[in-house]
Each structure stands twice: as C-alpha cells, then as structure tokens.
Design a protein around this ligand. Structure first.
Ligand code: PEP
Ligand code: MN
Length: 642
C-alpha cells in the first residue's frame, strides 16, 4: 500500500507509524517525491486500510493493485535514477554500456575499454563467468576476468558491470563490479535474486528468454523486496518462432515497462539480434521507444572473439552508433550521458563527493579552499561575479577556456561549483549556456548574481591616449563601447576571444600602442594601467550569472525562483495552457524565451523563470499540473534570487 504522509508530519509520528507497520509485518520504504512524501508498505500480511488511515500524520492510504509493488509506478511516480558516482542511469539521459561479450585477456579488455570510451560509452561491460549453451565453449576467465575488468574501468574512469551466475559469488563480485548483472537465463533464479538483492547494490536484471513482462517485473520485485533499491531492467529479446535473428527484440516492452514501473529500462540489441548489422537499427529503435540506455557488445577484432563474435560490433560501427544515438536523443527529450573530460586530480575519475569537502578532495584546491570554475582569463567578468556570489567563502577561482569546460569541471568534481553568464540586459541571452544547461542534466542552478558591466580602457603602464593605435577586446565589449570608440576613429579594433584575455595579451606584448577593453579589476590582475573608466555607451548594462552545482547540492532551502524548460504539444493554445497553470498558481513569470530544439527542426523549447511565492505548495502543485500539460518538463534549478 501507499501511505501519503502529511507534509507537516512530525518526526516522532513518522517513527511511530513506521514501527506500527513493521510490527504488523510490513517492509516500509520512505519515498521523498517532489510533491509529497510517502511510505510504501509491502508484506505478506493483510490489514484493514482504515487502521493505517487513522494514524497521526497520514493523509491517505492507497492500495497497490499490481502484484509487483516496490517496482510499480503506482508506488513511485518519478523515474528512479541510479547513482554510480560520475554516471547516473534513468531520467533525462541515455546511458551506453559497451564492451566485449567476455573478458578474454587484460590487453583485450583494456583495448576495448579505451575504444568504447573514446566513442562515448560510459559503463564498461565484460563477462567473466559465461553462461554458455555448450559446456565445451569458452566459459570465461572467472575471477581473473573480473580483475582485468575492474582495472580497465579504473584506468578509463568507467563503472563496470559483469554477470553473476550463482548466489555464492556475491562477495566475490562486490570487490570488482559497480553493477551486478543477472542474465536472461537466471532471471527467475530466485535464490540468486535474493542474494544479490540483499547486497543492496545496483543491479541490472535482464529479461528472461521466455519471460512475460509481468514475470520480469516480479523478478525485479524479488530484488527490491530483498534490499536492492537500484534496479535497471534490460530488454534483450525473447524466444519467438522467428529464426532469422537469435531472439526477437520486444521493443514494445520498453514503453510498457516505462509505464508500469519507475525503474530505468535499457535495451541490449546485441543479444536480441545476434547479428552485427542489425544492432544499429535496433539500438536506434530502442532509444526511440524510450529506452534509458543500451548495452552493446564491441570487440576490437570480432572475428577473433571467443564468444558472440558475430554480434560484436567493429569499433567503427560502434562509433557510428554513438553518433546516431547522439543525433536521435533530443527527439525523445534526452541527452547521451558522457564521462566528464576533466579528470579528478590524482586520477581515478571518481566524480563528485558530498559536502563538506576537505583539502585534497575533488573540488578542492589542495589547501582546503573550494575551487570554483568560471570561463575566461583571470580577471574576467565571470570571476568578478564569482567573487561577489561567494564572498563569504574561502575559494580559489578556476579559469576555464570554454563554457563547456565549466560544466565538465563541476560534473567531474574538479570544481565544487561553476558560474556562467546567462543573459545580458543589452545583448540578451547567452544561448550557448542555455543549451549547455540542458545538455548537462546532472548539474543544477543553485544561485544567481547580477553584475553591472563597466568597461575600462586599459593600457600598458606608461601608455598615453595619443600613442594608441590598436584596441583589443571581445566583440561584444567593443560594440558596447561604440560611442567612445567612434571618438577615436583611428584606433584599429581587433576582436579577441575574451575581455580579460585581451588584457593578458597586451601585458604579454608590452606594446605601449596596444590597449584593451575590460573591467578595471583585470588591469589589476595583469599589472596594467586603467587609462579611462566607464567607457560603455549605456551605463545600464547588467549581466546575470547563474551558479551551477551537482544535483547532490541542488536543495536550496529559501528558494524564491525556479528556472524551468519545457516543450509544448503542437496544438492551439498549448503554451497558453502552460501559462494559465502558472498564472493560477500565482507564479510570477520573470522570463519566457524560446530556443530551437536540437534535432527537431522548427520545434522549440520554452525557458521560463518564475518567482516562487513564500508558501511553496502552490508551486509544487503547479509543477505537477505542468508536467501533465507540457512535454519534457525539466527543472533547471530552484534557487535564491536577489
Ligand atoms: C551477456 O550480456 O553477456 C549475456 C549472456 O546476455 P543474456 O543474459 O541476455 O543472454
Ligand atoms: Mn554475449
């Protein structure tokens, strides 16, 4: 049953309710959703629901109609997202697991790991205990294979998955894998399900060769009932009368299971088809059908593979598959997961850690100070914004060349936070950053700050106006100082990739005839002289910056602003319907902008900033209604705006 708790339930009432249920023989799971917190209670026992309903702090009790309870969407409306450190499975992302069918040698798995990672896979697969039809076929390297797999995963910063075939292997696997795999042949090996479930570790459950969807979900229920929380389902084809393919990929099971269950579902077109050249079209079909990811067999030399060679992709085929999936994913409102480019200092690629961070941890400068990423050279406007926002903290600014590097640095744990400009009061939105915020669903906006843009003319110490012949700066800054520059028509204007960078450039050159336009602080950073302050044409020039953090820090208690993005159905009044929901919930709209959707020509995403009233209940209810009225709703962040 589902027990919806009062938002204001007291902790002691919650404890008492939990005890009441466990005493009656129920297993209790607390599920904290965006709108409500519930207890899911399952067990062999029967109870009169009214007995539960009268307990203090209970709003209502709903029986779960399906035989699978913990796996069911009735219990949990939101998608389960499985956290494997730097990689997450589920929600708005597509995760590609790739690797050889079997680990054959250390060099083979290393070589495969490198090539699949370079093409964009984020989790490494490799069987060490192979369930083969023939006892005379290669059975796998056993523990030695697990050791090689783990070493390859560590070297390339990829979590690893391998198939467990017997309950007694649970402890052995714990030392080596991030994700247990239960194979098709063992889907209903209930003792194995119980043993793996009891580890509480993430597990991928393949659909049995002849299993109905309900049997598959019941097998997942075994895992969940015995302690697993993070179960990924994998459709890998079923037995039918068709003999052309090894199995028949049941693509319709994907949308069906997505509706019945909150668990992520991935597809394995390699085992489903058994034929290399059928893997790409079936992979695309699975993603189009709503799969949260793919498992693909790849071998550096498939002709030499010790198992499943005919279905293993050549490296170039895998690369093509990744490119096509990348192109398709926006059509289904998802992004392909990637491993952050920036590697955690000290290697390992272990990803983010929770606060509090200590010296030497990811996101730390090594002296106990947080690293905060910004784009541009030292002294950039973004660095000023960062100083303004984090003025109470001890931090070290971390300069990145491109905006994307800021996202990668935060995602990879190299920086604790990132700051990016999102719009300028004169020039409008920084579209690149709006697009990047969408492409990195594992980062959230947790704050904002606005900065007045005041440009200065900066020269090498000793420079005079008369001696200047050339001025360097970002094209936008040159345009913003148009009136002033017209008064000096003889100066040659040279675009530069960023304002502070242009100051660094003239400092390097040391040429008295070359000046730059940037903020006055940049002059200080590079030991240059401010020749004239306030040269911007319009003094009312502001840039709004947002602060990014990993989703583990996305809770901002006194949030008063939310940034949302969604698309609407292609029908009259669709946007109006969304606006009406916000209006009726008294959400004050601060910004509405449309952007083209990558991969869907002439279709648009709407970016919306709304003020959240002090009582946040209306906001939560409006979000639920919006979810039903629009497509692909994403909350980019709820944060405190000043
Ligand atoms: C595998 O993934 O290695 C495998 C044996 O797959 P399945 O259990 O789907 O046959
Ligand atoms: Mn295989």
């Amino acid at each position: 049953m589902i027990i919806v708790l009062d938002r204001a339930i007291r902790d002691d009432d919650k404890d008492r309710l939990r005890r009441f249920l466990t005493d009656k023989g129920f297993q209790v799971r607390e599920i904290v959703g965006e709108e409500e917190t519930i207890f899911g209670a399952v067990g062999l026992v029967g109870i009169d629901l009214r007995e539960v309903e009268i307990q203090p702090g209970v709003v209502r009790v709903i029986p779960i109609s399906k035989p699978y309870k913990l796996a069911s969407r009735e219990l949990k409306k939101n998608d389960t997202v499985i956290d494997l450190g730097p990689i997450k499975i589920g929600g708005p992302r597509i995760v590609v697991i790739a690797g050889p069918c079997a680990v054959e040698s250390e060099s083979q798995v290393m070589e495969t790991a490198e090539l699949v990672r370079n093409s964009g896979a984020v989790i490494l697969r490799g069987g060490a205990f192979k369930p083969r039809t023939s006892p005379y076929a290669f059975q796998g390297l056993g523990e030695e294979g697990l050791r090689y797999l783990k070493a390859a995963g560590e070297r390339f910063g990829m979590p690893v998955i391998s198939e467990i075939v017997a309950p007694h292997q649970v402890d052995l696997f714990r030392d080596y894998v991030d994700l247990y795999q239960i194979g098709a042949r063992n889907m209903q090996n209930f003792e194995l399900l119980k043993a793996v479930g009891a580890t509480g570790s993430p597990v991928m459950l393949k659909r049995g060769q002849s299993a109905t969807i309900e049997e598959w979900l019941m097998a997942a229920e075994y895992l969940l009932a015995h302690g697993a929380e993070n179960v990924v389902l994998c459709e890998r084809g079923i037995r039918t009368f068709e003999t052309y393919t090894r199995n028949t990929l049941d693509i319709s099971s994907i949308p069906i299971v997505k509706k019945l269950s909150h668990l992520p579902v991935i597809a394995d077109p390699s085992h489903a088809t058994g034929i290399r050249d059928k893997v790409l079209p079936m992979a695309l079909a699975a993603v189009a059908a709503g799969a949260d990811g793919l498992m693909i067999e790849v071998h550096p030399r498939p002709d030499e593979a010790l198992s499943d060679g005919p279905q293993s992709l050549f490296p170039v085929q895998f690369e093509k598959l990744m490119r096509d999936i990348e192109a398709l994913s926006p059509v289904v409102g998802k992004e392909v997961s990637r491993i952050p480019h920036v590697r955690t200092k000290g290697g390992g690629g272990a990803g983010r850690t929770n606060k509090p961070r200590r010296a030497g941890e990811p996101g730390e400068a090594g002296d106990g100070r947080m690293l905060i990423a910004f784009q541009g050279a030292r002294g950039a406007y973004s660095e000023m914004a960062l100083r303004r926002y984090f003025h109470n903290e001890s931090f070290t600014p971390f300069a990145c060349r491109h905006f994307r590097d800021v996202f990668e640095a935060v995602l990879g744990g190299d920086a604790a936070y990132g700051i990016i400009p999102i719009e300028n009061s004169l020039a409008g939105s920084v579209h690149e950053n709006y697009d990047l915020v969408l492409r990195y669903p594992d980062l959230k906006i947790i704050g904002e700050t606005k900065l007045r843009v005041e440009h200065s003319l900066i020269g090498v110490p000793g420079a005079t106006f008369e001696g200047i012949t050339a001025v360097y700066s970002h094209p936008q800054a040159l345009a913003q100082c148009d009136d002033y520059l017209r008064e000096h028509a003889t100066w040659e204007l040279t675009p530069f990739y960023d304002t502070a960078g242009s100051v660094a450039h003239i400092a390097d050159e040391g040429n008295l005839a070359h000046a730059a336009i940037a903020n006055a602080q940049a002059a200080e950073v590079y030991g240059m002289a401010v020749l004239k302050e306030g040269i911007e044409t319009n003094p009312r020039n502001y840039t709004r910056f947002v602060v990014l953090a990993g989703t583990d820090e996305a809770e901002v208690p006194d949030a008063n602003m939310a940034s949302l993005v969604f698309s609407t159905p292609d029908q009259p009044g669709a946007l109006f319907a969304a606006m009406k929901i916000m209006a009726e919930a008294s959400l004050n709209l601060k910004k509405l902008e449309s952007r083209p959707i990558a991969g869907r020509p002439w279709q648009y995403m709407f970016y919306v900033d709304v003020e959240i009233p002090t009582s946040q209940e209306g906001y939560a209810a409006a979000l639920t209604m919006l979810e039903a009225a629009v497509e692909d709703l994403r909350v980019l962040g709820t944060y405190r705006a000043n």
